[in-house]
Design a protein around this ligand. Structure first.
Ligand SMILES: Nc1nc2c(ncn2[C@@H]2O[C@H](COP(=O)(O)OP(=O)(O)OP(=O)(O)O)[C@@H](O)[C@H]2O)c(=O)[nH]1
Length: 471
């Protein structure tokens, strides 16, 4: 195919961000915290979903006895997700606020789907953490087996710096200010002290995804949020009660809070890198979806797939479901590639250029933070190594030293084991295939790893050095 005129991507990109900046937003939180309902309702209020669609979801949901899930179905699209009432895969949608363009990733809360949650969060710049304010529910999401803490730690480890915390289902607790403040106090302490978020990067917003209160606006006598698209009778508070009991809140709505989030610096001038999250055959060639981590790409250019060093040409592309001729760092893209066998590219591959290939390795040094482990990490400890949406089995092959989290100084060389909350330098060897990986100093996006074992996340870290090179 003819590539057409070459585009000056950097100047096009400058024009685009001058118009409106783009952010990838992930919604995380404990199972049933109300993530899908909240975002489905927000999309409806923003005009991204029609009243007709919501009415249809409502009727269909009622038929299978799940009337309260009508808004959640905007994002939970598969039959199994709807029947089980849970999110399993990462749904992707786009929407706009006054100053920002968002690509929304709705991650599953159930612990069985944490690898999918990692995949969604790895693509995100910012996150909404949804917590259920209901008595007992916030507590169970927040305890050791709940996903509130794990998701927050994972998000921080994957590079998310700004967090909007939606204190949800406040309708169930009579819009109680005391309950809201109790949750803020507990969460803030954890997020700042244990998860290393900056206090100034946290925003707490009381709301109800079900009634729609404080998502886009707050109820006033002339403007009432009463979950109008849902005819479920279980809306627990009368509108009058909302007006009188929620008057204590004077802060921003959820949409105002996310509209103020900062856009991270995009490494657009660095060598081209795209991490692949999905591959499928399409009429035009091989379709490859993923996130552009660094650099830029345009139709007609050649790309190299790592591992494997196979070459392909970009035949066409889409950003946010719209055909385009170029894409830049930070974009979620779909490339149609020609000249390549579908078997040569898979979830976890990284696309780069022949001139600046990404290293491929089975052995690397990393600095890790150990989470709440039951058994201390020792040499030979088996782990599943996650890099973005990809994972491979491996072992912790060497414990180099424990280090002071604050000063970075070595506390102990060659420790025998690593316990809870330790920061340490280790070496990791993969037992199977080599993966594309970079040192963190070269790529913040492709230089992070997460270690999991037996369904638990046990550590997160950054890659200090690649110790073996494959192709
Ligand atoms: N009363 C009340 N119920 C809510 C609210 N938000 C969600 N729910 C209900 O909580 C249940 C779970 O909601 P979902 O939106 O599926 O929760 P989720 O966090 O997306 O669940 P997973 O994706 O499976 O983790 C549904 O019955 C919702 O109707 C709220 O603000 N108030």
């Amino acid at each position: 195919m003819k590539s057409g005129k070459r585009i000056d991507v950097i100047s096009e990109y400058q024009k685009r961000i001058a118009e409106k900046e783009s952010l990838n937003l992930v919604v995380i939180g404990h199972v049933d915290a109300g993530k899908s309902t909240l975002m489905g309702h927000l999309l409806y209020l923003q005009g991204e979903v029609t009243e007709k669609t919501i009415r249809k979801h409502e009727r269909d949901a009622q038929k299978i006895g799940k009337a309260s899930f009508a808004f959640a179905w905007v994002l939970d699209e598969t039959g199994e997700e709807r029947a089980r009432g849970i999110t399993m895969d990462v749904g992707v949608t786009k929407f706009e606020t006054e100053h920002r363009r968002f690509t929304l990733l709705d991650a599953p809360g159930h612990r069985d789907f944490i690898p999918n949650m990692i995949s969604g969060t790895a693509q995100a710049d910012v996150a909404i953490l949804v917590v259920d304010a209901t008595t007992g529910e916030f507590e169970s999401g927040f305890d050791a087996n709940g996903q509130t803490k794990e998701h927050a730690l994972l998000a921080r480890s994957l590079g998310v710096q700004q967090l909007v915390i939606a204190v949800n289902k406040l309708d169930v607790v009579n819009w109680s200010e005391a309950r809201f403040l109790e949750i803020v106090q507990k969460l803030e302490q954890f997020l700042v002290k244990d998860a290393s978020f900056k206090k100034s990067n946290l925003v707490f917003v009381p709301c109800s995804g079900f009634t729609g209160e404080n998502l886009v606006r707050r109820s006033t006598p002339g403007n009432i949020c009463n979950g109008s698209a849902v005819s479920d009778t279980s809306v627990p508070e009368s509108v009058a009660a909302v007006l009188s009991t929620f008057s204590w809140y004077k802060g921003p709505t959820l949409i105002e809070s996310i509209d103020k989030l900062d856009t991270p610096m995009r490494p657009i001038e660095k060598p081209f890198r795209m991490s692949v999250t999905d591959v499928f055959k399409s009429a035009g060639g091989v379709s490859v979806a993923g996130r552009l981590e660094a650099g830029h790409i345009q139709v007609g250019e050649a790309v190299m797939v790592m591992p494997g060093s196979e070459m392909a040409v970009v035949k066409s592309m889409e950003v946010n479901h719209e055909a385009t001729r170029w894409a830049a760092a930070g974009d979620s893209v779909l490339l149609i590639l020609s000249g390549i066998d579908i078997l040569k590219v898979s979830n976890g591959s990284v696309l780069c250029t022949r001139e600046a290939p990404i290293p491929v390795t089975t052995h690397f040094a990393a600095q890790i933070v150990v989470f709440d482990v039951k058994i201390p990490i020792t040499v030979g400890f088996p782990v599943i190594v996650h890099r973005q949406s990809h994972n491979e089995p491996g072992v912790v092959s060497k414990l180099v030293a424990t280090i002071d989290k604050v000063t970075g100084e070595i506390v102990k060389k060659s420790p025998r084991h690593l316990g809870k909350n330790t920061t340490a330098m280790v070496e990791i060897k993969l037992s199977g295939r080599a993966i594309p990986l970079e040192a963190y100093k070269d790529s913040k996006e492709l230089g992070r790893v997460m270690l999991r074992k037996g369904g638990d996340t046990i550590a997160a870290g950054i890659v200090n050095k690649i110790l073996s090179f494959g192709s």
